[in-house]
Design a protein around this ligand. Structure first.
Ligand code: ACM
Length: 642
């Protein structure tokens, strides 16, 4: 009874606090807009829709028309309104800027008779359209024509603009290559949630993915030479001579041009990353003369076999470009020259992360460089390198951004920092007056497992949706003007195919989208979780895979002095019931309900659990061996070691 009262109180509080921002009914927008005022009634879309778009909003109208056409409408777009036109949707750019909206904000009004989006710029109109689509039934996302739906839009008034200008998603196409069409699809998905930057991780030890015309071996020798393996990346056996080296791919300069335009049409920029001086094995395989280590001509592209040791990193081979090798700089001049031509975005990401220095320590050329330049540590050697690279990049008219390791040994004067090892590097860079983008592993690494390791495909760490949602890009005590924004990163060592890529990205990228678009005070986990659930229906229609891991419990186990286990099950989402069995059978909602920590019966071998909301199963059937619980109980804290 006490529990019931508490529940009532918290729901009432929640409803009050979010009466204007609610996820109730059909209004479940992600990212949460700045202000929502619910009206009464609906606008029902007519069978023949006319969209009027003023001036620069015309391409946005075309994009909306395309979506609605595939959702079974007859749609036409017009640039001027005649008396006889009954306009369903108005996309209007303000003659006089509404300062509150900025470049990307919009105002959306739905009344029983019409829909109006106003914005200062086409980007704002585009984001207004994304919100409008989320107000429509999920079937608007359908890949095939839909005839059985009443296309109603709830009456509402929305004012919205982003908190941050940098709202990024990083996609690693080196570890696993994704085709141009798959990348376009990725861009389509991210644009729906108002991301505006695709950070394209194009080079690494596993492959070089972008054509550089003046350096053809980068793609002839280092793009399609992986051995296809399946299992746990990083533990594979080394490729043998008889295994075909055919996996991979690369984007031609024409492909890049097409992708840049495709992204631009969706108000997404693409930022290239050329990861140097570490993570550069692909470049070294193509051009071994860039290495500082004899024998580099025998190196091959990594296919998932172990080649670095941690902590460190210490390379079992030298995957770096040597800062003391003068051939490296003209090479980079060519690379950045061509890259700068291909990508209009003002920044080029130069990597800088996880550079193993164990080969540098032994290298006579590096020792001579240190003496000549007065460099005392290997970090200063890397800093010397970054400063030269910055000059090259700037000579191509671009600004430099790098992972937070570029702070070590002294930051290049104009460099922006992407803070990934927590937020420490970002704080330090901001204090030095440098621009910062926050993408800490702790909140923004989408390659990490999103549920208990017993059920998720194995990765070395875990990031639950709720934790991802608690990402705050501006740390206390830091001048917000230096924090350009935030992003989530999707590394693909373990993402072997595009469906799994989607599974890892969604819904956690929804959390990051809200953290970088929505106002801090409009964030609320319970409200967000309810909206995420609504998005699942849209993903289903769009045939995009997503994880339902938020419905699964995680396991924590403790052991008392007598060796008795106590297993705690934790759900991220409120309002779920967890049922369990110890007898190997599959629990359902007629089984014992979890209410307090469980102690496995003496001879039990398996704990099976499943979550329900009311009578509906929402979680996956999870089988947890008791032996695994015992193993975890022997570790500090009783958590899994991931
Ligand atoms: C990184 O995750 N190595 C930037």
């Amino acid at each position: 009874m006490k529990k019931l009262c508490l529940l009532f109180v918290s729901v009432t509080f929640f409803a009050n606090a979010f009466s204007q921002q609610a996820a109730v009914g059909e209004i479940a927008i992600i990212p949460q807009p700045v202000k929502i005022t619910k009206g009464t009634g609906y606008y029902t879309l007519p069978a023949n829709i006319t969209i009027w778009a003023g001036g620069a909003a015309a391409p946005v109208a075309t994009a909306l028309a395309n979506r609605l056409t595939s959702a079974s409408y007859k749609v036409r777009t017009i640039a001027t309104i005649n008396k006889i036109d009954k306009v369903a949707i108005h996309l209007q750019l303000n003659q006089t800027a509404d300062n509150a909206l900025g470049n990307e904000g919009y105002h959306l009004t739905v009344t029983p008779t019409t829909i109006t989006i106003t914005a200062n710029q086409a980007a704002g109109a585009f984001y207004g359209v994304q919100t409008l689509l989320q107000l429509m039934p999920s079937e608007v996302e359908s890949k095939s024509k839909v005839t059985s739906v009443t296309w109603k839009v709830p009456c509402v008034d929305i004012t919205d603009y982003p908190r941050f200008a940098w709202r990024g998603l990083m996609l690693d196409v080196s570890r696993h290559f994704f085709t141009k069409e798959q990348v376009k699809d990725f861009i389509d998905q991210m644009a729906k949630y108002k991301y505006n930057l695709l950070h394209f991780h194009l080079t690494d030890d596993e492959g070089w993915r972008i054509e550089i015309k003046s350096l053809p071996r980068l793609t002839s020798d280092a793009a399609t030479k992986r051995v296809h393996k399946e299992g746990y990346f990083g533990t594979f056996s080394a490729p043998t001579p008889d295994e075909p080296r055919t996996e991979g791919g690369f984007y031609t300069q024409e492909d890049i041009k097409e992708l840049v335009q495709y992204a631009k049409d969706r108000f997404v920029d693409i930022m290239p990353e050329i990861d140097i001086p570490g993570h550069s094995l692909a470049a070294v395989v193509a051009y071994p003369e860039l290495s500082g280590t004899p024998g580099a001509e025998n190196y091959h592209i990594i296919s998932g076999e172990p080649f670095m040791d941690w902590p460190g990193p210490k390379g079992r081979l030298d995957n770096t470009l040597s800062p003391a090798n003068e051939k490296v700089y003209p090479f980079l001049d060519k690379v950045f020259g061509e890259v700068a031509q291909m990508f209009p975005f003002p920044y080029i990401h130069i990597g800088g992360d996880e550079c193993a220095k164990n080969y540098w320590e032994k290298n006579d050329q590096i020792k001579a460089l240190m003496q000549k330049e007065g460099l005392k540590t290997q970090e200063e050697v890397q800093s010397y390198f970054e400063k030269r690279v910055e000059k090259i990049v700037e000579s191509k008219g671009k600004k430099v951004i790098g992972w937070d390791e570029i702070l070590e040994g002294g930051l290049a004067p104009g460099a922006a920092v992407m803070s990934w090892r927590g937020i420490k590097g970002g704080i330090e860079a901001a204090k030095q007056g440098h621009e910062v983008v926050m993408s800490p592993t702790t909140f923004a690494y989408l390659d990490y497992m999103q549920g208990d390791p017993i059920i998720e495909p194995h990765v070395y760490a875990t990031l639950l949706l709720k934790k991802a949602y608690s990402f705050e890009p501006v740390p206390d005590g830091v001048d917000p003007k230096y924090i350009k924004g935030g992003q989530a990163n999707m590394w693909t060592e373990q993402a072997f195919n595009v469906r799994h890529l989607q599974y890892m990205v969604w819904p956690r990228a929804l959390a990051t989208a809200e953290c970088v678009w929505s106002q801090k005070e409009n964030k609320n986990w319970d409200n967000f979780a309810a909206r995420v659930e609504k998005q699942f229906g849209r993903f289903d229609e769009a045939e995009v895979k997503y994880a339902r891991s938020m419905f699964d419990p995680t396991f924590t186990v403790a052991k008392d002095a007598a060796g008795k286990l106590s297993v705690t099950l934790t759900n991220e989402v409120n309002g779920l019931d967890t049922y369990y069995s110890f007898d190997n059978s599959f629990p359902d909602n007629f089984y014992p309900k979890y209410t307090q920590p469980l102690t496995p019966p003496k001879d039990a071998v398996m704990l099976k659990v499943v979550t329900y909301r009311g009578k509906q199963q929402v979680g996956r059937m999870i089988a947890m061996p008791i032996a695994e619980l015992k193993r975890r109980s022997e570790k500090k804290g009783g958590e899994d070691d991931e």
